[in-house]
Ligand binder design. Structure first.
Ligand code: FES
Length: 145
């Protein structure tokens, strides 16, 4: 039920770890499943993401999506990184089972939270970026009804 790419990123996750003195750090969680993700970004003076690392206390799909998301944002500008949505991550992984879609949302939220932290520290605004929610479960619950 998982694509080969998902299995590959789950078994050999890229960019696991942390960045000391990161330009931006974001931590997000989903209260429903209890999974937590932290994303670190190293952004240079031109606003290009030089490095990105993550730590996930979460399920296999959360590991695979954060691994792919960190790969996708590397080398991009902060503005371009906004295009790394959960959809883009899922496409890059050749899809996820429907019950695992929320896990990919955690990766998108984590990147947004780290970008938000960077923007706050540098007093800049990133178009389309909103203050991150640290708990994405509320929205899901609304959708359930
Ligand atoms: Fe919670 Fe996957 S089950 S992130």
């Amino acid at each position: 039920m998982y694509s080969e790419k998902v299995m590959d990123h789950f078994e050999h996750p890229r960019n696991v770890g942390e960045i000391e003195n990161a330009s931006g750090v974001g931590t997000v969680g989903n209260a429903k499943c209890g999974d937590i993700m932290r994303i670190y970004l190293d952004i240079d003076e031109a606003g290009v993401i030089q490095d990105c690392k993550f730590k996930t206390f979460g399920c296999g799909a959360a590991v695979a999506t954060s691994s792919m998301a960190t790969e996708l944002v590397k080398g991009k500008t902060v503005q371009e990184a906004m295009q790394v949505t959960n959809k883009a991550v899922m496409e890059a992984l050749d899809g996820l089972p429907p019950v695992k879609v929320h896990c990919s949302l955690l990766a998108e939220e984590g990147i947004h939270a780290a970008l938000w932290d960077y923007a706050q520290k540098h007093h800049i605004q990133i178009e389309g970026l909103e203050k991150p929610k640290t708990d994405i479960s509320e929205e899901e619950e609304e959708e359930d009804y």
